[in-house]
Design a protein around this ligand. Structure first.
Ligand code: KG4
Ligand code: ZN
Length: 394
């Protein structure tokens, strides 16, 4: 079992920011964790701490996050090795791995934070959407902990975890913001009006962007997970050497489509005349062109927003981040992207979504009952119109 122990130094705010002279978010690094195991009332502010659990796909993760945006501790156990032979996530293997790993991971996280369950104000867990076996492992564990310690349970929409993750790293990011949420299962443009308030402006009518990266990686024999491998290879290739389509470019609605692009990558590879690096570079450029065109339309459709924001696993792609930053600047908008390690699945974003929900209301208002049922599908904007397409993702 390979467990990543990620100790984070985070942005202390207010009094602590001044005290430690830290003004930025330094991102992920190993080192001493800033422990805030003192009573918040001591310094005249309330300190809420939430334990977050994530198990919706192939990362088993636990984290403790405070309402001061401090990640006190977090652990992520990656299952890459277990799924690599199959070229993708095998749900049954993932669910079993979550069962084995989650409990020791929670114990290690609390120990690292120097806290116990009794010190938590709530237990938050991803309750969907995702691979349902894995989601159930995390949600049931959270229910058991919440019941045993008499703490509120907060059932988090995994997509809400991604959507609010930029606010964990950047305390100046205010609602409403325009969000590109691009992961292995989703590719959406949303106006984030507040916690729990999302308006979907666009979605993919077939594949998600991360899925397109993963399929391209598979076609090029780069293995699993695909996104980072395609990005690395693309950096060494010529994006103009292979002609690839830009599906839906210029279409009036800002929806996405990547299935045709993936098929074109397959045909280009089968032609046997292009270097793999050139195919990877051409694919990534085509994806970027589509994303920029769609996001530009969404900027118009969204109305006034405070920033253009990107989140989800694909937001870890440096070329896509740079392109979106250019787009935001051209439209006079701020650009915000979480640190790379907060883009891919993690539990800090789930704990943070719990903190945000807890801050909005009392125990009754924004917490959930122990009868909350895990959801394989759970759209952020239930009002969004269905779109036509081969395999629409919610
Ligand atoms: O958010 P995430 O960790 O899990 C889901 O909720 O799906 O996203 C995983 C997706 C995968 O498809 C992965 O290939 C993609 O994000 N990804 C990337 C990069 N890092 C992860 N795609 C492109 N470039 C990257 N550097
Ligand atoms: Zn995710």
């Amino acid at each position: 079992m390979r467990i990543w122990h990620l100790a984070w130094r985070i942005r202390p705010v207010g009094f602590f920011g001044a005290m430690f002279g830290m003004t930025g978010f330094p991102g992920q690094f190993s080192g001493p964790v800033f422990r805030a195991s003192f009573p918040g009332s001591f310094l005249g502010f309330a300190l809420a701490r939430v334990l977050g659990l994530e198990s919706s796909c192939d990362e088993t993760a636990a984290a403790v996050v405070t309402d001061g945006r401090v990640i006190l501790a977090q652990h992520i156990a990656s299952q890459d090795e277990a799924h690599r032979p199959y070229g993708g996530v095998v749900p049954e293997i993932a669910a079993r791995a979550h069962v084995e790993r989650l409990a020791p991971l929670i114990a290690a996280t609390l120990a690292d934070a120097g806290l116990t369950l009794a010190d938590m104000d709530a237990v938050a867990a991803t309750a969907g959407p995702g691979l349902i076996g894995g989601v159930m492992v995390g949600l049931v564990s959270a229910k058991a902990l919440a019941m045993a310690a008499d703490k509120p349970l907060i059932a988090i929409n995994h997509l809400e975890g991604h959507a609010l993750s930029p606010r964990l790293a950047d305390p100046t990011l205010e609602f409403p913001y325009l969000l590109l949420l691009a992961s292995g299962g989703h590719c959406q443009l949303l106006r984030v009006d507040g916690v729990g308030r999302y308006r979907r402006l666009a979605t993919t009518i077939d594949d998600a962007l991360g899925e397109a990266f993963d399929k391209t990686a598979k076609i090029l024999g780069l293995g699993y997970p695909g996104g980072p491998a395609v990005e690395r290879l693309a950096a060494t290739g010529d994006p103009k050497a292979v002609k690839l389509p830009r599906p839906l470019l210029g279409s009036p609605d800002p929806h996405f489509s990547f299935a045709g692009l993936k098929s074109a990558v397959l045909r280009a590879r089968q032609a046997g005349i292009h270097a793999d690096a050139d195919i990877a570079a051409a694919f990534q450029q085509a994806a970027i062109d589509c994303v920029l065109d769609r996001a530009a339309r969404a900027i118009v459709a969204a109305g006034p927003v405070t920033a253009l924001v990107v989140a989800g696993g694909v937001a870890a792609n440096r070329a896509i981040r740079a392109a979106l930053e250019g787009l935001a600047t051209a439209h006079g908008l701020r650009f915000v992207a979480p640190p790379l390690a907060l883009c891919t699945d993690n539990a800090a974003m789930i704990a943070w979504a719990g903190v945000e929900r807890l801050a909005l209301g009392g125990r009754e208002a924004l917490t959930d009952g122990l009868d909350f049922v895990a959801r394989p599908r759970w759209p952020l904007d239930p009002e969004a119109e269905p779109v036509r397409g081969a395999g629409v993702k919610a």
